[in-house]
Design a protein around this ligand. Sequence first.
Ligand code: SF4
Length: 489
Amino acid sequence: MDESIVSDAGSGGESTPRTVHFVSLGCPKNRVDSEVMLGGALQKGYRHVDEASDAEVIVVNTCGFIESAKKESIETILEMAELKKSGRCKKLVVSGCLSQRYPGELSESLPEVDHFLGSSDMPKLSAVLDGERTRMLVGQPKDWVVSAEDPRMLSTRGASAYVKIAEGCNRSCSFCVIPKMRGKQRSRTIDDIVREVERLVSMGVLEVNLISQDTIAYGRDLGDGTSLEKLVQRVAEVRGLHWLRIFYLYPETITDGLIELLDSHPVVLPYVDMPLQHAADGMLRRMKRGHGGKRLYSLVEKLRARVRDLTFRTAFIVGHPGETEQEFAELCDFVRFAEFDRVGVFRYSDEEDCEARNFADKVRPIESYQRHRKLMALQREISRKKNRALVGRELEVLVEGPSEESELVLVGRHGGQAPEIDGVVFLSLGDPRPGTIVKARIEKATDYDLLGVLDEDGEVIEGAAREPSLRAPALVIKASDGRRVLRTL
Ligand code: SF4
């Protein structure tokens, strides 16, 4: 058996294994950390249980990005702490960004918690399970990054996996606290990432999603010429990988080589996820983004011209201190011009340790609320138009499994739909196996989702001979950044 990607079937041998339950909050990067901790727990003989009330050990991997995420993390910890009274829970462990950010405060105000781990302390969970008694295990500096050798249990549906290629960020955007929680950028080597992808593919994964905080800067800290372009080239050559998607590109110059890969490599999806945050010069300056709006216009033009069938996802912040009506109007103009396929819109909130908190000219909550609504409405029109343009087309769809609404309807995604953040394709007819890629004709479109009908012969493109070997545990996943909240089954 592969040592690094762990299966939970039968772990613990003949004796009754001890039980663990995970709640993973926040972004996919946190989710990878949860999967690594879960993998470590399974290697220790623990069995993952779907219900928190059945678990002897509960781990809450927290998010501390914005106010609402912090609130959700605390509420979840308190909810889980109740199970020390009414359930089987003997140990409550809190890990991740929130405990990294507020170790002292949390330790004082949450006596129910048995152990605190930070954002770089995932490997320490094994010691906790072995009986480590130290309560405060939040480490400094924040220097850990996942490696191919780390045990990991996937929690994603179907045949999809996230691969974290680097940790931390070296930039200093005014509104962002991530560098303080996650530390300076540290990239994995290409060889290590390729090893992990090969293992994932050997277990039935068809789609790999590369993630980090600042993916375009991948490799720079290694100082040996490693670059995102070289990484993508190597990973895309892993035999058996069908889709490769890149997340979180900072709006810098994308090399011609990378554009070429996005446009024409059969495995690299023509999908760009690039959070732009704003488009007005004044705002970008205040946000300390290091570029003006002009660059964004030309970047969008260039990508649209050179990447066929491009799906462009971005995110913006409205209501950042100093944002004027004029600047917001400029942002709307830009969104009309760019016609992004998908846009996430976030309302600015003051965060401790962020420069923007000390800025004057705060935008009133009612104004930021209205701007959020207005931008969302504007984008909804664009998304609908884009989705409708797909009606009648035949697309490859990665089948994920039964929909959350009905077991009778299967859901999947085409290459332009990223897992968990974009819409889905509902497959109304046929019985394709989850974890395979099929061809479907798109019959209908709503604002975000599509309805597809399998091709007459229901042709399976990939994975037909392969029983999906990854049983995703019911890790409770809650996305705190405005994205979907779901429970992975
Ligand atoms: S690049 Fe992203 S992670 Fe880094 S500081 Fe800016 S917003 Fe935060």
